[in-house]
Ligand binder design. Structure first.
Ligand code: 13P
Length: 251
């Protein structure tokens, strides 16, 4: 039985003060919640304060990206060790916004996954097709290419430490959620691909999240599907009321 995950990707939102208000409210309201892993991924600037507040709580901290080198002359970048140092346990990698606006390739995602694993961070590796790709019936080819690229040369043990997020690009921030059937079809494809390339056990244990316009009203129906193990939430994670409801609906 896979434990569900609800992760909030705050993207480029919230000052430190705003971030702490939201985190304090989540901490208060979710303190008794069990049976679901809760993760928040604030912007880099709020990680340090967030980490202090979340110490000894049931809410885990994640970052939204990382660089693959451990240190050096890479102006503007943040290393996996730095994320670990600030208290992160998770890191979102290969988000479609990074692929689109910052030209991130599958190869870069692969290097970032390896670096993250090497310091003990859990990568949340995102894959997903655009609307054009879906309409051209290329969804499975795209997902396969992204998985092959991002997971290249990872051992079975590495894979067992990952989380994968299926985020159809056309559903992100658009209010257009994939139907449970559409989402499940891709989740099952991912799990079958993992089984074929690693093992049945690995494929059964790995958690696959859905992301794209997740809200309190659609969480339950998505989570009812066999292969959907939780959600990576954007917009609805920015308000405590909606995020709390999503977490509660995931149990
Ligand atoms: P929305 O929930 O705002 O559609 O964003 C999804 C997402 O990109 C999470 O990483």
């Amino acid at each position: 039985m896979r434990k569900p995950i609800i992760a909030g990707n705050w993207k480029m939102n919230k000052t430190i003060k705003e971030a702490l208000e939201l985190i304090n409210s989540l901490k208060r309201e979710l303190v008794y919640i069990e049976g679901v892993d809760i993760i928040v991924c604030p912007p880099y600037t709020a990680l340090s304060d967030a980490s202090e507040i979340l110490m000894d709580s049931n809410i885990k901290l994640g970052a939204q990206d990382v660089y693959w080198e451990h240190s050096g002359a890479f102006t503007g970048e943040v290393s996996a060790l730095m994320l670990k140092d600030v208290g992160c346990e998770y890191v979102i990698l290969g988000h479609s916004e990074r692929r689109k606006y910052f030209f991130e390739t599958d190869e870069a995602v692969n290097k970032k996954i390896k670096t993250s694993l090497s310091v003990g961070l859990t990568p949340i590796c995102c894959v997903g097709e655009t609307l054009d790709e879906r309409e051209e019936e290329k969804t499975f080819d795209i997902i396969k290419r992204q998985l092959q690229g991002a997971l290249k040369d990872l051992s079975q043990e590495d894979i067992s430490r990952l989380v994968i997020a299926y985020e159809p690009v056309w559903a992100i921030g658009t209010g257009k959620t994939a139907t449970p059937v559409q989402a499940e079809e891709v989740h099952k494809f991912i799990r079958t691909w993992l089984e074929r390339h690693y093992s049945y056990q690995t494929s059964q244990e790995l958690r696959i999240l859905y992301g794209g316009s997740v809200k309190p009203s659609n969480t339950k129906e998505l989570m009812r599907e066999d292969d959907i193990d939780g959600a990576l939430v954007g917009g609805a994670s920015l308000e405590s009321v909606t995020f709390i409801e999503i977490v509660k609906n995931a149990i």
